[in-house]
Design a protein around this ligand. Structure first.
Ligand SMILES: *Cc1c(COP(=O)(O)O)cnc(C)c1O
Length: 371
């Protein structure tokens, strides 16, 4: 039987989680303190400061939700949507589908615009839709669609949405720290991300940030947010001003040590350098994949550097190859989802995983297994 105290050492090149640096894991092994301990309050403040750096924002309401990316998503939708609000969701993959599901469950009226999977969402299509529908309150889209590897132009989409007086909710789970993301300059209103993709922390934390426009909408709600746990008015009693913190829920203290460390590491490297490293490794990976006969799914200008969707010969047994990669090379890559199940692999180069040694390991391993 497997000794469950000793997990295998994998190289994580799927759609997340990514390789976690030993500094982050060691940070998580530091002594646990109370979640209102003065030391911890200081760590929370520094976490918020570093998160603002990562998001390129001055938004005061910037903090990590104590739960995975999906909870950051629900935080945005639950707080911004009121019964009957019209919300446009621009879907081009799996995660846009979850946005729609959120809108419906929060009592909103969802107007879904579908773009073929593997393509970026078009600002012109959004403009047409907004011309056709009155009184739309919110536009929601995924910046980097992890299910297909397509990156949409968040700045252009946000501009169109604001022209029509809408707020924008943006999923940046895969883009944060991996691709250019300028929350303030692009005027994004409610933004959520995840700890386990390009921040290379362990899964289970979801950073979020909200603009003043979003806060105004939340403050003018006529009905309370339908989620107690995610209600920003309540959460801010804990994550708001340091002098006034009070108990809301018990923060995952050690997970936040690790999260803080991952943000310190991002700051040390420099955000722009991190974006650059992801592009450089992506280019090396694509060149290597092409040299062994594999092709990228997404057209060049729409590719997410940190998530590479790859087409292969339909005659191969793709699941068997992934199993061999794991068993023989300790290498995890991702399978296709939805319409792309069995048709693509998703090779992640997120955070710590975006390294030359990982690129080489992946190419060499695949080369030895392909017919
Ligand atoms: C991974 C991911 C999520 C969900 O994050 P979890 O931490 O798994 O809940 C949401 N959106 C996108 C684009 C993702 O890649």
């Amino acid at each position: 039987m497997t000794n469950l105290s000793y997990p295998p050492k994998r190289v994580l090149m799927g759609p997340g989680p990514s390789d976690v640096h030993s500094r982050v894991l060691q940070a998580m092994a530091r002594p646990t303190v109370g979640h209102l301990d003065p030391y911890f309050v200081e760590l929370m403040d520094d976490t918020k400061r570093l998160l603002k750096y990562a998001f390129k924002t001055d938004n005061e309401l910037t903090f990590p939700v104590s739960a995975p990316g999906s909870a950051g998503m629900e935080t945005c939708f639950a707080n911004l949507i009121e019964q009957g609000d019209k919300v446009i969701v621009l879907q081009n993959g799996v995660f846009g589908g979850r946005m729609k599901e959120n809108v419906v469950r929060m009592g909103g009226e969802c107007i879904l615009q579908e773009t073929p999977w593997g393509e970026a969402v078009q600002p012109s299509a959004l403009e047409e839709l907004l011309n056709d529908h009155d009184d739309v309150k919110i536009v929601a889209f995924v910046h980097a669609e992890t299910s297909t590897g397509a990156l949409s132009d968040a700045q252009a989409l946000s501009k169109v949405a604001h022209k029509f007086g809408c707020l924008v909710i943006v999923d940046t789970v895969t883009s944060l720290a991996g691709s250019e993301l300028l929350v303030d300059e692009w005027e994004l209103d409610a933004v959520y991300s995840g700890s386990q993709k390009c921040l290379s922390c362990t899964p289970g934390i979801s950073p979020v940030t909200f603009s003043q426009r979003a806060i105004n909408k939340i403050k003018s709600r006529k009905t309370p947010c339908q989620s107690w746990f995610l209600d920003l008015n309540l959460v801010m009693g804990y994550w708001g001003e340091a002098s006034k913190r009070s108990y809301h829920h018990t923060a995952p203290v050690n997970a936040l040590y690790g999260f803080h460390e991952s943000l310190v590491m991002l700051h040390e490297e420099g955000l722009e350098n991190s974006w650059k490293r992801h592009i450089e490794m992506h280019e090396k990976l694509i060149a290597g994949l092409e040299s062994i006969g594999l092709k990228a799914l997404v057209k060049k200008q729409d590719r997410i550097p940190q998530l590479n969707a790859v087409l292969f010969d339909s005659a191969i047994d793709e699941a068997a190859i992934r199993t061999k990669l794991l068993n023989q090379y300790d290498l995890e890559i991702g399978a296709g989802l939805g319409p792309f199940a069995g048709k693509i692999w998703r090779i992640g180069l997120m955070g710590t995983s975006a390294s030359l040694s990982n690129v080489n390991h992946c190419i060499n391993s695949l080369k030895s297994l392909l017919p």
